[in-house]
Write a protein that binds this ligand. Structure first.
Ligand code: ADP
Ligand code: MG
Length: 617
């Protein structure tokens, strides 16, 4: 047999390898910024056009490269940062694989201009798809400028795979934030499509956080400082009351490198246990310093995941230092950290007078009596007959003869409009339905064939969702004017999103004007929204829009209705009175698609008497 194995040509090998390092424009941004930092720059400028699809340029004032180094820098495994395998265990630089520039040059048009301080003239290199087009002497300031144009020009499939500009830009900004947070002692500027998006002067860490996330961040930061033999922690955590609806203010840096660690993230969340609501995430900006020998950064090509020698110890130290800080700043309600939450009196019972428990005994009860079908329970239940639960409408046949589902729909929207709450106190929905709330989470309701259990949060989400869709597409919602305008602060990126959604927001009843690139003035809110909820609703909306996946038949209206209903739906844990329970059940079944939540999760299940009978066999 003839030999068939061949070595891949360099440019093919480079393209394949590039796929690992460069997933999207943001990956290029990360690599170039890191190179600039490794070159000891103290001012770094990032210029981006069309979310990086057209241009990504990083200009630094670092140590620059000699003509030979400039040329070599594009070779695979060419690095100035490690010389021997041992160096891998003592890393103080961001890069070390010598792969980034080779990969980027394989899939884009790259122009490098660089000059070390002690040279008069610099070097220019132009390279396209791994082929050098031009090398020349050039006049350029000390430092390095690297431009990457037309990313993925020779891999159309990858280019088509890129998301919308908004999404790609979001990723770039995320990378920019991560690098800028890790290095407050370096000045960073970022431009997008010709306008300045961020200008971050050299500062201390706190100022850097505030410069990125807005002035209002300052009051919510609680410092964390801890030094042990294995680990130094410094940075800030957010006060619990400022917990956000999205996870985009959660940052871990290990030896000044941004990392993702679900395990350590868990340590922080557990320190906040009982202090933040479900679905809210505390902010944190934490820097861990460990001996480089105790970590392995080598496990992931983009270097965002690292392995610690002793994760368990880190977990414990991290958790207790965060708890300690929250406690010291009087944020945790008590300092007794081991307290069992289950021992706390539920609020409902706190102010109630105690009463002697009583026991009711059915003195006539005789377990050995033959005819048990005549027992009380049996009589109450309308029918034991088996009935297939094919469609929800059949569930109520025989229980609610007076009201049609169309009438339910009217009741819901009217009560919304005039009471400001979904469950208007005065509604006269008398019902023979028996409902019961289980663990402030499920509503149990008797139906013809047995019982139905609905998830209160999901059910309410469905109800609100269909309501909002109506407002957004058919009729304009009613707005209530605020007595005093409400000023809210957002980051410039978030403000862009809000402006984009202005029309939709106004149709649901929000009235606002944009004061400048970080302030909003709200003068009207939808009728069923209270002033205190506004900020949370908008944050949720921004976070949902940021995470949007555009190619999946994306509709802004739908996303919007989903987001608002998520924010406003009654939560698990909320007690509902009988009337509210019945109203929720009825409103759900007046919906077009009652059986699933807006995110396609089951809203209710049914259990037939037959099912019970089987269990009791
Ligand atoms: P790595 O960063 O892993 O060493 P890269 O491919 O990113 O690999 O860069 C290759 C080499 O090019 C670096 O080791 C460094 O010597 C040089 N280099 C890259 N960018 C710069 C820069 N902005 N300033 C000075 N030298 C640079
Ligand atoms: Mg590098």
């Amino acid at each position: 047999m003839t030999d068939i194995i061949q070595l891949l040509p360099d440019h093919v090998a480079n393209q394949i390898a590039a796929g690992e390092v460069v997933q999207r424009p943001a990956s290029v941004v990360k690599e170039l910024l890191e190179n600039a930092i490794d070159a000891n720059s103290d001012t770094i400028k990032l210029i981006v056009k069309d979310a990086g699809k057209t241009l990504i340029q990083v200009i630094d004032n670092g140590k620059g490269m000699s003509p030979t180094d400039a040329r070599l820098s594009f070779e695979r495994h060419a690095t100035s940062k490690i010389r021997a395998a041992e160096d891998l265990f003592n890393l103080n630089t961001k890069g070390f694989r010598g792969e980034a520039l080779a990969s980027i040059a394989a899939i884009a048009h790259v122009e490098l201009k660089t000059k070390p301080e002690d040279e008069e003239l610099g070097t220019l290199i132009e390279i396209e798809g791994s082929t050098i087009q031009n090398q020349d002497v050039t006049v350029t300031p000390t430092g390095t400028s690297l431009s990457v144009k037309n990313l993925f020009f020779n891999i159309p499939a990858r280019r088509n795979f890129l998301k919308s500009d908004n999404v790609e830009l979001r990723h770039i900004i995320d990378e920019f934030h991560r690098v800028a947070l890790a290095h407050p002692d370096i000045a960073f500027v970022m431009y997008h499509n010709g306008s300045e998006s961020f200008n971050l002067p050299k500062s201390n860490y706190r100022q850097r956080v505030v410069n990125i996330f807005g002035a209002k961040t300052n009051e919510k930061l609680v410092p964390v400082e801890e030094e042990t033999e294995v680990l130094k922690i410094s940075g800030f955590v957010g006060k619990p009351e400022f917990a956000k609806r999205s996870k985009n203010e959660q940052f871990f840096f290990v030896n000044n490198r941004f990392i993702k660690s679900p395990y350590l993230n868990h340590a922080i969340n557990s320190a906040y246990e009982g202090l933040v609501k479900d679905g809210s995430y505390p902010s944190y900006f934490l820097k861990l310093t460990v001996d480089p020998k105790t970590i392995d950064i080598n496990i992931h090509p983009t270097k965002t995941e690292i392995k610690f020698d002793d994760e368990h110890t880190l977990y414990a130290i991290l958790r207790s230092s965060v708890k300690h800080s929250l406690g010291q700043f009087n944020i945790a309600p008590v300092l007794d950290f081991e307290r069992d939450d289950n021992l706390d009196t539920p609020y409902n019972y706190k102010n109630r007078s105690s009463s002697t428990p009583t026991i009711e005994v059915d003195r006539d009860f005789n377990p050995f009596r033959e005819d048990r079908s005549a027992s009380k329970a049996g009589q109450k239940s309308p029918s034991f007959k088996k009935e297939p639960v094919a469609h929800w409408e059949s569930l109520y046949v025989g229980l609610e003869p007076k009201e049609s589902s169309q009438e339910h729909a009217n009741i819901e929207f009217e009560s919304d409009a005039d009471s400001g709450s979904l469950f208007s106190e005065g509604t006269s929905i008398e019902s023979q339905q028996t409902t019961y709330q289980l663990h402030n989470k499920y509503i149990i309701s008797t139906i013809k064939s047995g019982m139905m259990i609905l998830d209160q949060h999901r059910a309410h989400r469905r109800v609100l969702y269909e309501g909002f869709l109506r407002y957004l597409t058919v009729e304009q919602a009613v707005s209530q004017q605020l007595l005093f305008p409400l000023a809210l602060e957002f980051s410039p990126t978030d403000m862009e999103i809000i402006e984009r959604l202005k029309d939709d927001l106004e149709r649901t009843g929000f009235v606002f004007s944009v004061l400048n690139n970080h302030q909003l003035e709200i003068t009207g809110v939808p009728i069923n929204v209270s002033e205190s909820e506004v900020s949370m609703i908008l944050e949720q909306l921004i976070s949902d829009v940021e995470q949007e996946v555009p190619e999946r038949s994306f509709s802004a209206t739908d996303l919007f209705a989903k987001s608002l209903s998520k924010s406003l739906a009654i939560k698990t844990g909320q007690a509902l009175n009988k009337e509210e329970q019945v109203h929720l059940v009825n409103s759900l079944f007046a919906c077009k698609e009652p059986s699933v939540s807006p995110t396609n999760k089951v809203t209710f299940i049914t259990m037939s008497v037959d099912d019970f009978d089987k269990k009791f066999m």
